[in-house]
Design a protein around this ligand. Structure first.
Ligand code: DON
Length: 572
């Protein structure tokens, strides 16, 4: 089970209500063969907590809060630490989203998604034979202009309380002094030998032709220098200074598109969060350029309109979930894109009236093929999430990504980090699935300076009294939307504990391919048979996304990394 208690202080923080956050809890019952037990425990901390897919990074966030930092300081410290200890997804060469709710009620959403380089063109990944080339998933042409450093520094500038050099000190130490390679990291590196070994990161991660052995210490002096420079002089050095020079040089050497002009133009954007409600609970989530908050909201609105929830794991519940998801993804895939480039019908997609109309299209007793569902106007794996709550009650949900494990594989020589392969999140060719099987529309076509549509869904949930209840989000491409929604539904509808909501089997329907993805042994065989009889195609997956969540409980907080992952929660 992921996570253990880092420090548990004796006195619960005064400001947490001493009532159970979710009254009338119901013990969860999972299918007999399901691999995670019901009734597991999350990590408890009375004051402040971080949950992350990487344990060392969670420790860093908790330590920064112990030194007086707030949740935003901790999120930024965790983000930089992830770039050191979890390079498969943690990054300086990628991008992400941060949803913030301060204890005084202020909310904010920061978009630091990558942008297409100025030299990018709509059909740049379509070869002479009309087929897509594969250059959007590996190699130098796959990268968007990184936003991670600008985003994290901007979040800290606006909301942080500790000096940036102190916030970055733990990541700097981990890069300089190294950290111990564990079996998870060893397996992760070894599994991506081709991607990493094809580029300059080979000398760092495969120094003698193999990944550093388990138990050895990995030091990253180039990355340490980069973090030190950012700590000393902020993001300018990354976008206009010596690190920008290194990125541009790497691109020139290898035939990539990102130039110094692209880097100098990059700006993170503060956006108004998507705010919605579900059965009296309030949701605060990420608006476009991510589809996450909009699609979670549309899906939950459809379910609310569909009627009272059937019990967990039943045919009726899975049919309702899959049908709502199928419909919300039809809108996601055709109507959403970067709002700086396309008109996004955000108020329609998040409206209760619209959801009621869509809910009426769901047949109670049979599946409806995606191709027969048309509504409204419109046409016709690697990421990491972390959640933070501080002792003041400020909360941060952050998801960041390189897209694939280790991104494009391209490693910036001298600066010590991987570049993303986020360009694959664009519609590279109409009607052609991307690496996640998503078939997307013109709203998400490539254009210079445009942000590619994301599924990242960092989300904060308040209880009906307006108290912070849940901080959540996940990794896993479009399955992020399903995992995030279902954790929220498991807590609100099925009255599960955090550990049960994180352990519960999940399903996924992204409209095309037109099938319900289920986790192996996550649905009772009799239920699967009934779903098939209704016309649903069923497709089995070993796991659906990986979340990292925090929930308010009596006397403090519980935090938990996904049992499908290998991270943990740390707090005090
Ligand atoms: O932004 C997105 O939706 C994708 N680039 C996320 C990729 C991802 O979650 C892969 N991780 N498992």
């Amino acid at each position: 089970m992921a996570g253990s208690v880092w420090v548990v202080a004796a006195t619960p923080s005064g400001r947490q209500a001493d009532e159970p956050a979710i009254p009338n809890r119901i013990p969860a019952v999972f299918p007999a063969a399901w691999r995670f037990p019901a009734g597991a425990h999350a990590t408890f901390a009375p004051h402040a907590i971080v949950a992350s897919n990487n344990r060392l990074a969670a420790d860093v966030g908790a330590a920064v809060m112990k030194q007086g930092g707030n949740a935003v300081d901790a999120a930024v410290a965790t983000g930089f630490a992830l770039a050191v200890t979890f390079p498969e997804a943690g990054n300086l060469g990628g991008g992400g989203y941060m949803v913030i709710r301060m204890a005084d009620g202020r909310t904010a959403a920061l978009d630091y998604r990558e942008t297409a380089p100025l030299a990018a063109t709509r059909d740049m990944y379509v070869g002479a034979n009309g087929k897509i080339t594969g250059e959007s998933v590996i190699g130098p042409k796959a990268s968007g202009v990184p936003g991670a450093v600008a985003g994290m520094i901007e979040a800290h500038r606006k909301y942080g309380v500790l000096p940036i050099s102190r916030v970055l000190a733990p990541a700097l130490r981990l890069a300089t002094e190294g950290f111990v390679v564990d079996s998870t990291f060893f397996r992760s590196l070894s599994g991506e030998k081709y991607r990493i070994g094809s580029f300059a990161g080979k000398s760092v991660f495969f120094p003698n032709g193999a990944a550093p052995p388990i138990g050895s210490r990995l030091v990253q002096p180039q990355l340490a220098r980069t973090i030190k420079l950012i700590g000393d002089s902020g993001s300018t050095v990354f976008y206009r200074g010596s690190i920008a020079d290194s990125i541009a040089a790497e691109m020139q050497r290898s035939g990539g598109l990102i130039t110094k002009e692209d880097l100098a133009r990059y700006q993170p954007i503060w956006r108004r969060p998507v705010r919605s409600s579900y059965r009296g609970y309030a949701l605060i989530s990420m608006p476009p350029s991510s589809s996450g908050g909009t699609t979670v909201t549309e899906m939950l609105n459809i379910l609310e309109a569909y009627g009272p929830p059937s019990p967990f794991g039943t045919t009726e519940r899975i049919h309702a979930l899959a049908s709502a998801s199928q419909r919300a993804f039809i809108d996601r895939n055709s109507k959403l894109g970067d709002p700086g480039f396309v008109k996004v019908p955000l108020s329609t997609l998040t409206s209760k009236t619209y959801a009621q109309a869509i809910a009426r299209t769901i047949s109670r007793d049979r599946a409806d093929p995606t191709t027969q569902l048309v509504f409204g106007a419109g046409e016709g794996n690697e990421t990491t999430h972390y959640s933070v709550v501080d002792r003041f009650g400020n909360a941060v949900a952050t998801t960041t990504t390189l897209n694939d494990l280790y991104g494009s594989g391209v490693f910036v020589s001298g600066a010590g980090f991987f570049l993303n392969d986020e360009m694959d999140d664009f519609t590279t060719k109409s009607g052609t699935p991307n690496m996640f099987g998503l078939i997307q529309g013109a709203a998400n076509s490539i254009a210079p300076g445009k942000r590619m549509l994301s599924a990242m869904s960092p989300t904060i949930v308040l209880d009906p009294k307006g108290n912070l209840l849940l901080v959540t989000g996940a990794r896993g491409g479009p399955r992020i939307i399903s995992a995030t929604s279902q954790i929220i539904l498991d807590v609100i509808d099925h009255r599960m504990s955090l550990a049960d909501a994180m352990s519960a089997p999940r399903i996924h329907h992204q409209s095309l391919p037109d099938s319900i993805r289920v986790e192996t042994d996550g649905v009772e065989p009799a239920v699967l048979a009934r779903l098939r009889a209704m016309g649903h195609h069923i497709y089995e997956l070993s796991g659906i996304a990986s979340a990292a969540s925090i929930m308010r409980v009596r006397g403090g907080w519980e935090g938990m990394d996904d049992p499908r992952s290998h991270g943990g929660a740390a707090g005090f």
